[in-house]
Write a protein that binds this ligand. Sequence first.
Ligand code: ADP
Ligand code: ZN
Length: 706
Amino acid sequence: MLDQAQRILKDVFGYDAFRGNQAAIIGRVAGGGDALVLMPTGGGKSLCYQVPALLRGGVTVVVSPLIALMEDQVATLDELGVSAVALNSSQSADEQREIAERLRQGEIKLLYLAPERLVQPRMLAFLQRLEIGLFAIDEAHCVSQWGHDFRPEYLQLGQLAELFPNVPRIALTATADKRTREEIVQRLQLERAERFLSSFDRPNIFYRIVPKDQPRKQLLGFLAERRGDAGIVYCLSRKKVEEVAAFLSEQGFPALPYHAGLPNELRGHHQRRFLNEEGLIMVATIAFGMGIDKPNVRFVAHMDLPKSLEAYYQETGRAGRDGLPADAWMAYGLQDVLFLKQMLANSEGDERHKRVERHKLDAMLALCEETRCRRQALLAYFDEELPNPCGHCDNCVDGVQTWDATEPARQALSAIYRSGQRYGVGHLVDILLGRDNEKVRNLGHQHLSVFGMGKGLSEGEWRSLFRQLVARGLADIDLDGFGGLRLADACRPLLRGEVNLELRKDLSSKAPKPASSAASQLVRSEEREQWEALRALRRKLAEEHSVPPYVIFPDATLLEMLRSQPASLADMARVSGVGARKLERYGQAFLEVLQGGAEPPKAPVDIRHELASLARAGMTPTQIAAQLNCSEKNVYSLLAELIGRQQLSIEQALDLPEELLGEIQDAFLDGEGELPPVAEIAERFSRVPVGVLHCVRAALEAEFES
Ligand code: ADP
Ligand code: ZN
């Protein structure tokens, strides 16, 4: 059987070898056994049921909670020549009947269903009359009431065991913890399932955490080496999302905002653009992520601290699903801690729950101030031991310098105590540095014994020290007041001189950093031109087939083409990711690009469509210009053009006060016969952008023509 599996892997999927546990898992379920698969994002879970689906008779039913994911998978299988469909509520009755008929005829190998759909009695009865080869339950952690993705419908999937006693079941998840695992087994009645537990390490991700200093500038520095890469920038608040997205656009990075406060249509639009285009940056709150299957996200940057390591792991895990080098970058500072602690204090929920959340935040902080390998620390939190430092995180690569901070820490604690345990870091640092400013003098703090005692350290060093005191729980933030610092019980041994304190030395952000990861060097400069040509062809094909580019070929496959330079179709067939169907469909076209024969196809960049939908979604011309990275003048002239062609109404295009619109219309309609040119009335409306006049004129013209 494994021979046959191997052949399917090569012929259909175009891959040479199974990864990790894939072969064992496939052997188990293809042979009729149940399996529980725990594998990190990007580990290759899909193949674990897609290959058995092709090995076994009948149809494989895949339960998945997210429609977007189902559609992505169906499109991918379709491109591979595997007959797969997703049933969803947006299909018409006719379409659904047709699918049912094809299922009865045994023409479909994989059927994707949302859980609520599957458990409908009618659906179950229908399925019982079919030959079912396998049930695959994806995102199986959704059955856990404890986790944050709980879906009540998942609880009902347990009945599959009784209704289909002879059909094997495979449950898959990227959620690792033991408690969730046991819940899956129990609730899905998978007691007899063999468990396949993979390492949760994501070796292709490079982790870096920097102290927040000038966050935007730091972000630009990080992005500078990653121009043209797709990535996600996470921020905590909607406002910050908007600001950072606008800032990046101004700086020439194509960035889109995404948060729950945006109109649905616009949000969906941004998500689609992120999936379908290359090199876009999504600036988002954590509302963005669940269901993002884009494999070539090259980086995830955090402008704010996540509230737990679980969240950090999951969010950074969206980078590099394709296995190619990717970066997880974060800037973190004391403000983040203050903010999260405040949120926690104000949150609903009982004391016990809050205590758990506080512990989780502390673990997150500990990772930020970690002096050992970040990956070792991260995995240790998930009960996995990495025997050696990874060599692929900032701490491993840059080395961490520590210093004996015992004495300065005592001074800092003393400054907190003597000033009355109510002031923030700024003021405390002023005291330590002996700054004789107004606030200090008004409070009489120049008379404190610690005043001016800390001149041996710089302002930055003091700030770093205070941050680490809080992160280590030696000082607390006063959440009722204005974020002043208090002593924590844990600092007593230090104050009594019973212990010493070693702290991290912050690397100066000005110091040149060794090239952090290979992500920016995915392709070398001499390869760049051909790489872009390959990507352009892929983009064109993707547009023709209405699928995201990575469904045509993943980056890894294009990269292998670039490196191995296949010269014939036979060579091409050997490239990983080129299966029989894709070879037949696309092989020749890509060969031609590689041989330089074909002009790289120019993807026509027509922003009109885009622009129209942004306008309809209520964006102003200024916002649209920022979004599309073009001038406002350009936006107005395209708007006028669209209005002229009646593809957009003036109301959709511009948010003009009715009165003003009337005035402008009157001015145009004043004379006899033809509408006057804009220039003629422009003087009277010097307070509105001239583009507005063009739009109104175009609307009037369109009205006359029709
Ligand atoms: P998961 O669902 O576990 O996040 P996927 O099933 O989406 O991961 O697989 C991640 C990527 O790895 C996909 O692009 C997939 O085609 C690729 N992949 C999976 N298994 C293999 C393999 N054996 N050889 C090469 N590529 C693979
Ligand atoms: Zn490391």
